[in-house]
Design a protein around this ligand. Structure first.
Ligand SMILES: [Zn+2]
Length: 461
């Protein structure tokens, strides 16, 4: 058995561990902040990108199906109106980049319509469903589609009326299981997100993924959610008159993560940590990842943030957590076997670096030890503590700790566990917490103002 010299534990930081547990496994949008201060008035048509070369999701070809034919033209004004110029018979057509513009082709390659270099080309249904297939996915699209060649690949944008967009996103981001008031709150959140215009510099408002919020066109829309959206028509969340940077997540374990802890940058008054102990009876969002020492080394070696890690892992330490007390880890250090230290700061970089469900976690180490029990039997038990030189017991804080102070280890600390709660970035509105507030009788407006303190509900004309 290998013998390790004992090391004095260091960085004995303590942080508040939030034991509350989450209720539901709802979809959480993993969004990054978009700190745009001056914005134009919210638009009645939302531009959503299914494919964008600027975001690394451009496509070489898109397939369009519409049985009743297509109107072909351009996009006028601010990119939110369709300007038809010609029509095509029903069937299947393909859109490809060509000569700096785009070309619409029949399946035999015949060119049916095209745009000049740098110009976009738009298509919409002449009646009935318009189905788009691109990037390995299929969407039934309301509104119209705009295609543009960017760097030799296609950008595909769906221009869709605002309230229709909200109804479509309801099915992917909240579904139909949550209470009516939580869904009403979500309808307001979903309407507010594109007003942030996170991708304005790319020529559209939002993308169709968890980067912004998931949009799949007309997908599992149901009459009940449509009616819920109608009940909040035009409502959105504002702070000092401007749409908020609207962030939501599945659950956070008892306190939302502050935006500063998640991404750094200046404090945003309505994105501070908000406490609401979440129901401990529901374990659906409590998670644990366990590794042996060698498994952890293999795992970290595969993650780009820890590129160059050598000689195994000596320790993973939580150095700092959200100063607002949420428990989200904001500074993590990994020391490798050659004493190189890798640090990752901000909770979202930590979550991404480790690919964990959230950055709200604790770290513990353990080892198996043979312990004599009653009757003279010996059992293998997991030991998580050691007796220090001060005579007190302490939790292991690295693989190099050993169970008896001042002596060589008789066995190695060889396991590490990450115990966490919540899903997603944990900033802003919590779906799990919202359900608890609804059970206490609160309305959707209260929910929104609880999670975004100091904000108001405004209404579009
Ligand atoms: Zn996005």
């Amino acid at each position: 058995m290998r013998s390790n010299p004992c090391k004095t534990t260091r960085n004995k930081r303590k942080f508040v561990r939030l034991l509350a547990v989450c209720l539901l496994a709802l979809v959480a949008a993993a969004m990054t902040p978009y700190l745009v201060s001056a914005r134009p008035a919210p638009a009645n048509v939302i531009r959503v990108a299914f494919a964008s070369p600027d975001l690394g999701t451009g496509v070489s070809r898109a397939e369009l199906v519409c049985g009743s034919g297509f109107s072909v033209g351009g996009t006028s004004g601010d990119g939110r109106s369709f300007a038809g110029r010609s029509s095509l018979a029903g069937g299947t057509v393909f859109v490809v980049p060509a000569g700096g513009g785009v070309s619409v082709q029949a399946s035999n390659g015949e060119v049916l319509a095209s745009s000049g270099a740098g110009e976009a080309l738009s298509l919409r249904s002449a009646g009935g469903n318009l189905t788009l297939r691109c990037g390995g996915k299929e969407y039934v699209c309301p509104g119209f589609l705009e295609f543009r060649a960017v760097g030799g690949a296609l950008q595909v944008v769906n221009a869709v009326e605002r309230e229709t967009y909200v109804k479509c996103v309801m099915s992917t981001e909240i579904g139909s299981a949550a209470s009516r008031e939580t869904r009403r709150a979500f309808s307001v959140l979903i309407r507010t997100v594109p007003m942030g215009q996170k991708h304005a510099s790319n020529g559209f408002d939002v993308c169709a993924t968890t980067c912004c919020q998931v949009y799949r066109g007309i997908f599992r829309r149901d009459a009940e959610n449509d009616a819920i959206v109608d009940s909040t028509a035009g409502e959105y969340v504002t702070y000092e008159g401007a749409p908020i940077h609207c962030l939501y997540h599945g659950g956070n374990g008892g306190a939302s993560c502050s935006s500063v802890a998640a991404w750094g940058g200046p404090e945003i008054p309505y994105l501070k940590s908000v406490s609401l102990p979440e129901d401990a009876d529901n374990a659906s969002e409590v998670w644990r990842y366990e590794f042996t020492q060698s498994e952890l080394f293999d795992f970290l070696s595969s993650r780009s943030k820890f590129h160059g890690i050598r000689g195994g892992v000596e320790s993973v330490r939580i150095e700092e957590t959200d100063p607002e007390g949420s428990g989200y880890v904001t500074l993590l250090s990994v020391t490798d076997g050659d004493d190189n230290v890798f640090e990752v700061a901000t909770s979202e970089k930590i979550r991404t670096a480790l690919r964990f469900k959230s950055a709200n976690f604790t770290v513990s180490y353990s080892m198996d030890a043979a312990v004599a029990v009653a009757g003279g039997a010996v059992e293998q038990v997991a030991v998580t503590q050691y007796v220090g030189a001060d005579g007190e017991t302490h939790a292991f804080e690295s693989f190099a700790d050993c169970p008896v102070a001042g002596a060589d280890a008789v066995a190695d600390v060889d396991r590490i566990a990450f115990d966490g709660v919540g899903t997603g970035h944990g900033v802003g509105f919590s779906a799990v917490g919202a359900e608890q507030l609804v059970e206490q009788g609160y309305s959707y407006k209260y929910l929104l103002q609880f999670y975004f303190p100091g904000t108001k509900i405004s209404k579009l004309a």
